[in-house]
Write a protein of this length. Structure first.
Length: 737
C-alpha cells in the first residue's frame, strides 16, 4: 500500500486497488510476455492487453523515493531509502518496480536522507568528455551502472548531454561540452556502458536547458533549424550510440512551451523524425499539465510531490473519462515504458537486493576505473619551460590552497555521490541543497608525498596570501590548487571566489615556477595565466582524483586530456556577456556555440576547444580526403615525435559555405603511441556535419561543391589542410548512419 500523506482520497483509492488479492494473481505460466525470444514491442503488446486502466496509470506516475518535509510527503516503504524515484511493481502481471537513482557520475543519495550510501564517483561529465575517449566513457558508464544494480536500482538518471551555451551554467560539469559531435559521442558511450548492466539510463535534459538561473520557467527562444544543428544534434548523436530507455524532458520552456509539453520536441522530432521508441519522463518538478503533457508526448510524470500538483494518475483518469486524452494515448504511454523495461532487461534480470554498503573488492576495482578516467581527462593547459613533470626537478615543494591536504572537490546538487569515508572537508556552506560542498577523501598532497619520497612537501591553506608568497619564495616550486564550486540550481561566476586570483598573483610573483591546478566545473577566467609556469585543469576528478592529479604532476601519467569547451579571456567575448537571464533567453547565436562563436567573430579565446598539451610531442603527415558515394573519408598519419609514450587527440574539422561558423568538428580519434612510433588513421565525417538543416522541407541539405578538411591539435591549431569534392545530397530529418 502506498503511504503518501498528500494523496487525495480518489488518488489513494487508485493506489489501493492495485494490491490484488492472491486469488486474482495471474499464474506465471499464463504470461506469454515472459518469453525473452520475442521482440520488446511484441512483449509490451501482450502484457498491455491484460492490463487494467488503473495498472496503466500506475506505470505513468512516479514518486520521490525520499521523505520530503516541505509537502509532508512520506516515501513508500518499498522505495530505496534516500533515492530519487520509485514506480510501484504490478505483481499480478510480473511487472517489476522501477527504482530510480541519480545520476551521471555515480549512485547518488538525496541530501535529505538520514543515511548516505558510500559509492564510487566518476570524474565530472565534462572531465570524461575531456578524455575524448569513447571506450573509456563506456567503461566508466559500465562501472556506475554496475554499482547502481548492486545498490538495488534499475533506472539511472544519467546521460547529461546539454551543450555549453552558457559557461556560467551551474550544471556544466555534468555535461559533455560545447560541440554536438563530441558531447553526443562521449555521453552516448557512457549511456551504452550503463545499460550494459540491464538497467535503463536516461538522456537529459531535453532540450536547450543551458542555464540554472530561472530554470523552472525560463523560456529558451531559438530558431528551430539552429537547434537541430546544435542542441538537438547532440541528443541525436547520443541516442544513436546508445538507444537510451528514457529521455528526461527539461524544466524550461522552449519557444514559449514547457519542454515536457512541447509537441515539436517530444512528438515531431523525437518520435516522428528520429523514430525513437523509448519513453519520456519528466524532470522532478517539470510537469505543468495533464492533457497538454500527455498529448504532447510525456509518458511518465516523475518525482511526485515536486510538481505543484499530481497531473497524471487521478487527473489523467479524469481526462480519459472526458475524452481529453484518448485511451489509445494511455496505451501508447504504458507500451513505451514496458517496451524499454523489456528491451533493457528489467524483466529477465530482476533486482534482488538493495544493500547500503558494497563489497570492498568492488569499490577497490571501481576506484581504478575512475582514476584512469580522471587521469585521461586532466588537461595540461600550459607548461612553460617544461616545469612539469615534477619527478626529479624539485626537492622543496610548497602546495597551497584548495584543501589539497584533504581531498578533491565535487559538484553539488542531485548528481552528488557521497564518498566512502565521508566528506573530507565537512562544514563548508552551504551545508544543505544544493550542498553540501563535498570533498572526496583523496588528498593530492598525500599522493604527491608518496610519489616523491625524496622531496620535502609542505602545505599551506592559502588563506594568508602574504604567508603563501613567503613560503613560495623559499621553495623550488609552488603548486596552487584553485577551486570553483558549482552545482544544480545556481550559476557560478567565472571569477574564482575568495580572492584566489590574488593568491595566485602573489605566489607567482614570489616563485617563477608556480603551477596552478584548477578544480572547476567548467571554464574560469585566468588573469594570472601569463604569470604562471604551468596550468593543469583537473575538473572535479572523482573518488581517486588526488592520486590522478599527483600521477599527472609527477609524470607517472602523461597528460592526454583536451578541452571539450573554450576558455574565454573575458566575459565580453561571450555571446551573452551579462548575467544569465531571467524570463526569456534569446539564443541569437543559433548553432554558433563555443569555438564556432569565436571563429565567427574572428576572436581568440584564452584556451581553445580541443587544446591540450603533453609531455611528449606529436606530428601529422599525409592528410588526404575523399568522398566515395558522398561519404567523406579522411586519412593521415600520427607520429609521436617526442621521447616518451603518450596519447594524442587528432581532430578533423570541416569547412563549408553558408554555415553558422567557418568550421565544425567533423571527426576525432585518440591515439596512444610509444616514443617514435607512428599510426595510420582513417576517420569518416558524418554527412549531417556537412549540412544545414532546412526547416521548410524538414531535411538536411548538403550543398554540392568543394569543402575544406582541416587537421589539427585544437580548434585554433590547424597543421594541415586539404579539400574534397562533395556531391549535393538531401537527407531526411531522421537520417542515421
Amino acid at each position: 500500500m502506498l503511504r503518501k500523506a498528500t494523496l487525495s482520497a480518489p488518488l489513494f483509492a487508485i493506489a489501493i486497488c492495485l494490491a490484488a488479492p492472491a486469488s486474482a494473481q495471474q499464474a506465471p505460466a499464463a504470461r506469454p510476455w515472459a518469453n525473452a525470444k520475442l521482440a520488446p514491442d511484441a512483449r509490451a503488446k501482450l502484457v498491455l492487453a491484460q492490463m487494467t486502466e488503473d495498472e496503466k496509470l500506475t506505470l505513468v506516475f512516479g514518486y520521490f523515493g525520499t521523505d520530503f518535509s516541505p509537502k509532508n510527503f512520506k516515501a513508500d516503504p518499498q522505495a530505496r531509502p534516500g533515492s530519487a524515484g520509485y514506480i510501484p511493481a504490478i505483481p499480478r502481471l510480473g511487472i517489476p518496480a522501477q527504482w530510480q537513482t541519480d545520476a551521471g557520475v555515480g549512485v547518488a543519495t538525496q541530501g535529505g536522507a538520514e543515511r548516505k550510501r558510500g559509492r564510487t564517483s566518476l570524474p565530472a561529465g565534462i572531465a570524461t568528455a575531456a578524455t575524448w575517449d569513447p571506450a573509456l566513457a563506456y567503461k566508466g558508464g559500465a562501472m556506475i551502472g554496475a554499482e547502481a544494480r548492486a545498490s538495488g536500482f534499475n533506472v539511472l538518471l544519467a546521460g547529461g548531454v546539454n551543450l555549453m551555451r552558457e559557461p556560467r551554467n551551474g550544471r556544466n560539469f555534468e555535461y559533455g561540452g560545447e560541440d554536438p559531435l563530441l558531447a553526443g559521442t562521449m555521453v552516448g558511450a557512457q549511456i551504452a556502458g550503463i545499460q550494459s548492466n540491464h538497467i535503463i539510463s536516461t538522456v537529459k535534459h531535453y532540450a536547450v536547458n543551458d542555464q540554472e538561473t530561472d530554470r523552472f520557467k525560463m523560456n529558451a527562444v531559438i530558431d528551430r533549424a539552429a537547434a537541430q544543428m546544435s542542441d538537438l544534434l547532440a541528443f541525436k548523436f547520443a541516442i544513436e550510440r546508445s538507444d537510451p530507455g528514457s529521455v528526461m524532458c527539461a524544466y524550461n520552456k522552449v519557444n514559449g512551451i514547457y519542454a515536457c509539453e512541447q509537441p515539436w520536441l517530444l512528438t515531431d522530432v523525437l518520435r516522428r523524425d528520429w523514430g525513437w521508441k523509448g519513453f519520456v519522463m519528466s524532470d522532478w518538478g517539470a510537469t505543468h499539465s495533464t492533457v497538454a503533457a500527455a498529448n504532447a508526448g510525456l509518458e511518465q510524470e516523475s518525482g511526485w510531490p515536486f510538481d505543484e500538483q499530481p497531473y497524471f494518475r487521478e487527473p489523467l483518469k479524469a481526462a480519459l473519462a472526458k475524452g481529453e486524452v484518448s485511451k489509445a494515448r494511455l496505451d501508447e504511454m504504458a507500451h513505451r515504458i514496458l517496451r524499454s523495461m523489456f528491451a533493457h532487461g528489467l524483466f529477465e534480470h530482476p533486482i534482488t537486493a538493495a544493500p547500503m554498503e558494497l563489497p570492498p573488492a568492488m569499490l577497490a576495482s571501481h576506484a581504478a576505473v575512475t582514476r584512469a578516467d580522471a587521469e585521461a581527462g586532466i588537461v595540461l593547459l600550459k607548461n612553460a619551460g617544461n616545469v612539469l613533470p615534477l619527478a626529479g626537478t624539485a626537492r622543496r615543494i610548497v602546495v597551497i590552497g584548495g584543501h589539497a591536504d584533504k581531498g578533491v572537490l565535487a559538484g553539488g546538487g542531485s548528481s552528488l555521490v557521497y564518498p566512502v569515508g565521508g566528506n573530507a572537508v565537512p562544514g563548508i556552506e552551504p551545508k544543505v541543497w544544493p550542498g553540501p560542498v563535498m570533498y572526496h577523501p583523496s588528498s593530492p598532497v598525500a599522493a604527491l608525498r608518496r610519489q616523491l619520497p625524496g622531496a620535502t612537501i609542505t602545505f599551506l591553506d592559502g588563506k594568508d596570501a602574504a604567508a603563501a608568497a613567503a613560503a613560495a619564495k623559499q621553495a623550488d616550486m609552488a603548486i596552487v590548487f584553485a577551486t570553483q564550486w558549482a552545482g544544480e540550481a545556481f550559476d557560478p561566476s567565472l571569477t574564482l571566489a575568495d580572492n584566489q586570483d590574488g593568491l595566485i598573483d602573489a605566489v607567482a610573483a614570489a616563485n617563477a615556477k608556480t603551477v596552478v591546478v584548477l578544480e572547476t566545473g567548467g571554464p574560469v577566467l585566468m588573469p594570472w595565466a601569463d604569470k604562471t609556469a604551468a596550468i593543469l585543469e583537473a575538473w572535479y576528478p572523482g573518488t581517486a582524483g588526488g592520486e590522478a592529479i599527483a600521477n599527472v604532476l609527477t609524470g607517472e601519467v602523461n597528460p592526454s586530456g583536451h578541452l571539450p569547451v573554450s576558455f574565454p579571456r573575458s566575459l565580453s567575448q561571450l555571446a551573452k556577456p551579462s548575467t544569465p537571464n531571467d524570463g526569456e533567453t534569446r539564443y541569437t547565436e543559433g548553432a554558433a556555440i563555443g569555438y564556432k562563436w569565436f571563429d565567427a567573430k574572428g576572436d581568440k579565446p584564452h584556451f581553445s576547444f580541443g587544446h591540450g598539451l603533453s609531455y611528449t610531442s606529436f606530428a601529422y603527415s599525409g592528410l588526404k580526403a575523399a568522398a566515395p558515394k558522398g561519404q567523406v573519408t579522411v586519412s593521415f598519419t600520427v607520429r609521436n615525435s617526442g621521447k616518451r609514450a603518450g596519447a594524442d587527440v587528432a581532430q578533423v574539422y570541416v569547412s563549408g559555405n553558408g554555415w553558422e561558423a567557418p568550421k565544425r568538428l567533423g571527426a576525432f580519434q585518440k591515439v596512444s603511441l610509444a616514443a617514435g612510433a607512428s599510426k595510420a588513421v582513417t576517420v569518416t565525417v558524418d554527412p549531417r556535419l556537412l549540412a544545414t538543416f532546412d526547416e521548410a522541407s524538414n531535411s538536411w541539405k548538403i550543398a554540392g561543391g568543394t569543402y575544406k578538411v582541416l587537421l589539427g591539435h585544437s580548434a585554433d591549431e590547424i597543421t594541415a589542410t586539404t579539400s574534397v569534392q562533395v556531391p549535393a545530397r538531401t537527407l531526411p530529418a531522421g537520417w542515421r548512419p
